[in-house]
Design a protein around this ligand. Sequence first.
Ligand SMILES: Cc1ncc(COP(=O)(O)O)c(C=O)c1O
Length: 388
Amino acid sequence: MVEWRIPLADLELDETEVRAVAEVLRSRWLSMGPLTAEFERRFAAYLGVKHALAVSSGTAALHLAHLALGAGPGDRVLCPALTFVATANAICYSGAQPVFVDITSPDDLNLSPDDAAAKIDATTRGICVVHYGGYACDMERIGRLARAHGLYVVEDAAHAPGAACWVSDGEGTLVLKKCGSLGDVGCFSFFANKNLTTAEGGMLTTNSDAVAEKLRLLRSHGMTSLTWDRQQGHSFSYDVVALGFNYRLDELRAALGLVQLDRLEANNRRRQQVVAWYRQALAELPDIGVPFAGVTTPSAYHLMPVLLPPGVDRTRLMQHLRARGIQSSIHYPPIHRFAHYRRAAGQVHLPVTEAVAARLLTLPLYPAMRREDVQAVVAALRDGLAAA
Ligand SMILES: Cc1ncc(COP(=O)(O)O)c(C=O)c1O
C-alpha cells in the first residue's frame, strides 16, 4: 500500500467504533436486527423524513429506488454523466435506459435543469440527480420540472449526508431541507471514503409509506418477515410477494453507522473549514478554477474539485503531486465516454461536461486536514503547474 503524506480521503474513527463493533460480536446477533432499526430511526430523524431503510451499498439503494418507483424496460431516466458509474448502472439494472444530461457550468457541476427539460420526452419516467461533491442541486427547479411532466425524482445523495437546499414549502415560503428528503427517494452510500462510513453500506430515505413498503420487501427477497422477526417470535412463517434481493445491512455495520452518524455534523464543519482554507490559498493561483464559489447553503463538502487551466498535462501534474506524497484523483471520467456506455447509448455529446471533465482534479479533503496540509497541497500544485 502507498503511504501518502496527504491522502485523498481519511477516516475519522477511534476506539468508540471498535467497542461498538466488538459489542455486536459479543451479542452473537450479527444480521439485520435492533441496531439496524435504531440506525434507520436516527438517520430518518436526522434527515427529517418518515422512513429510512438501511441497505448493503449506495448502488443497492439506487437499484431499489428505481425499481420501487416503477422504472422498467422502455422507460428512460435522466441523470448526469459527471458522476460515479453506479448512478447510471442502477438505472440499467431496473431495465430502464439512462439519458445523460449536461452539467450547468464550470462553476456548478450539478445537472443542468435546462438540459434536463430539453431531453424530456414521452418515454421519460424519472430524473436521478447527484449532489456532486456534497453541493445540493437546484431541487426547487428539478421538483417543478418533475411535477410538470409527471416524473419521479431520485436523489443520489452519496456525497451529501448533511447537505441542504432551499425549496418552497408550497405556500411561497422558502425552507432549508436536507438532501435526501427532497425527491421521492434519497440514496446514500456509506462506502469507506464517504463522510459517514460503515465500510460498505447505504441508506434509502422517503416520505412515502407505499414506496417504503416496496423498498422494504425488495431489500430482503420480497419476504414478508425477517429472520429477526422470527427469532423474536413475532412470526413463524413468511410469504414471498415480490422478486426481491438480498440488499440487507448487518448489525456490525449498523453499529459503526450509529457512531459515525454522531460524528457527522462536527466532521462536516471541519470539512467546511478545510474548504475555506483551500479557497483562500487557491485565490493566489488565479489560473485555477474552484467550482461552487458563492454557495451559501450547507454542503457536505465531500470533494475538493478544482479546474486546471486548459492544456495542462494532468497526468504529469498528478505524478508531480504523487512524488510529494500527495494523492489526487479525478471525479469523474464522464460515464458516456466509457466503452460500455458508448456501445449501449451511442454517440452522446455533452459539451460542458466534456470540457470540464478534461480539466478536473480532485484535491485531498478530510476532517483532520490541517491548514499546513492545505498549504502544502496548494504549494505543490503551484510548483507542478509551473513545471507542467
Ligand atoms: C455519486 C455516487 N453514487 C453512487 C455510489 C455508489 O455507492 P456504493 O459504493 O456504496 O455502492 C457512489 C460511491 O461510491 C457515488 O459516489
